[in-house]
Write a protein that binds this ligand. Structure first.
Ligand code: NDP
Length: 262
């Protein structure tokens, strides 16, 4: 960061949050905290749940023009009356540090990308950390959302994995997941992946963040049972969550560099 400052590169992240969803509040606070820790300037726009789509777009338009803001993030989900696609499309793709804008999504498809979506990029870092190469491996992603599942599959494919995407209509899920050398769970269902679904020695990455009735955070993988079957496994909390934030910081710095042509 000091080097960037010396070079006159302004790094700033603007976060927009609409409404009072407690989970979103925690995520936004964690992102702001990470900015503080590494010296990225950050701004928060906290709007009431009744804020209109146009109000959010007006803020985005202003932020798009500011040269001290390199990244713009709108915390999802948004209240039902606001169209998420319209909001994502309003963000300059050059400041789209979540990589949700159609231009960035297209770039991820072709492999010619500036930003990688934060959660799938964090997962790739964790796989790398396990020491297991993706090339030639059977990779199974459970979940096909635009935010996690689909881009995750694409990143695994870019690293020459043989990739299968599963979803709620997948037949014989267990048979498919059992083939996986690398299994990524992004389902949103507590302890959905059980030991009998996992191949001995697999790398298991748990993207899920679910809150139990007792208020405890649990992942999509039944960690206690799967840990003995897996070669490597990520915990929840910990694991993918902090990596997602680290990748957001990386994207914000990269956006600043690209905007400054450095
Ligand atoms: P979505 O609800 O958008 O997608 C869930 C996916 O799981 C869908 O594709 C759905 O299939 C599939 N699915 C649901 N039930 C089944 C089933 N029985 N069998 C197979 N597939 C099933 O969730 P997200 O992708 O946004 O998030 C997934 C999880 O990851 C959530 O817990 C979320 O909180 C967490 N998350 C964590 C992040 C982090 O930083 N760690 C960041 C983002 C998300 P279908 O498409 O057919 O409905």
């Amino acid at each position: 960061m000091a080097k960037l400052k010396e070079e006159g590169v302004k790094v700033g992240l603007a976060v927009i949050i609409v409404g009072d969803d407690p989970a979103s509040r925690v995520y936004v606070n964690n992102k702001k905290k990470a900015c503080e820790e590494i010296g990225i300037y950050s701004e928060e726009y906290a709007l009431p749940s009744e804020a209109t789509e146009q109000e959010v777009i007006d803020i985005i338009n202003t932020l798009n023009e500011r040269d001290d803001i390199s990244g713009i993030l709108v915390q999802l989900p948004l209240p039902k009356h606001i169209n998420e696609t319209n909001i994502i499309n309003a963000i300059s793709y050059k400041k789209d540090v979540d990589a949700f804008h159609p231009v960035n999504v297209g770039k991820i498809m072709t492999g010619d990308f500036d930003f990688l979506p934060c959660t799938p990029a964090g997962v790739m870092e964790l796989i790398k950390e396990s020491g297991v190469s993706v090339e030639g491996k059977e990779c199974v992603v459970i979940g096909r959302s635009n935010i996690v599942g689909k881009p995750q599959a694409m990143l695994l494919l870019h690293q020459n994995g043989t990739v299968t995407i599963c979803h709620s209509k997948t037949k014989n899920l267990k048979e498919v997941t059992k083939r996986a050398d690398i299994l990524v769970a992004a389902v949103g269902r507590p302890k959905f992946v059980t030991a009998d679904m996992v191949k001995e020695g697999a790398v298991v990455i748990d993207v899920g963040i679910n809150r139990t009735e007792e208020g405890k955070l649990v992942g999509d993988v039944d960690f206690e049972n799967v840990k003995d079957t897996a070669y490597a496994i990520t915990p929840v909390p910990g694991g993918v969550g902090p990596m997602t934030i680290a990748m957001l910081m990386k994207n914000t710095v990269k956006a600043a560099r690209l905007l400054a042509n450095k």
